[in-house]
Design a binder for this molecule. Structure first.
Ligand SMILES: Cc1cc2nc3c(=O)[nH]c(=O)nc-3n(C[C@H](O)[C@H](O)[C@H](O)COP(=O)(O)O)c2cc1C
Length: 149
């Protein structure tokens, strides 16, 4: 069974709920999932499929609970070349730095050798009261890009 590690970065809970919702959908589709909210680098498998869901705070900043992972990857420079990932940002277009955090995460993952599958999904909470809805639509196309499916 294909295992997918969902990683959420959240301050107020929205990204966390989206990650949990997508994990449920993936399980229904026959994948096995592990959902980690604000994991440490050591908590993550160094190969396989990751799906990262992060909101943005401050001015384009990462949620506090993803900072330890982000900093650890920057400092320890792990080889992520056996990781493929999907990326979802949740933010508000009120800010010039719309979904800045997922862009930073994407650059860091790619710079560490990981390969992104599909486009980054950026969800504007001003357009979507329920961010799970666009995330679920994106998930349907993302699933088709997964290896071994
Ligand atoms: C203080 C504050 C700063 C924010 N800064 C940004 C930002 O720079 N860019 C962005 O796209 N959204 C920004 N947002 C919007 C949040 O990302 C959005 O409300 C999101 O749904 C929060 O998700 P969470 O509950 O997972 O933390 C900000 C929200 C707050 C309260």
């Amino acid at each position: 069974m294909v295992d997918i590690t969902l990683i959420s970065g959240s301050t107020l809970g929205s990204a966390e709920y989206v990650a949990e919702h997508l994990a449920e959908k993936l399980e229904e589709a026959g994948f096995s999932t592990t959902t980690l909210h604000g994991p440490q680098l050591e908590d993550l498998p160094d190969e396989g499929l990751w799906l990262v869901v992060s909101s943005t705070h401050g001015a384009g900043d990462l949620p506090d609970n993803l900072l330890p992972l982000y900093t650890a990857i920057l400092e320890k420079k792990p080889d992520l070349s056996r990781v493929q990932y999907g990326a979802i940002g949740i933010g508000s277009k009120e800010y010039d730095t719309f979904c800045g955090a997922i862009e930073k995460i994407d650059q860091l993952f790619t710079g560490s050798g990981a390969v992104r599958l599909g486009e980054i999904e950026k969800i504007n909470v001003l357009d979507h009261d329920i961010p799970e809805d666009p995330a679920e639509i994106w998930l349907d196309s993302w699933k088709k890009l997964l290896p071994f499916v």
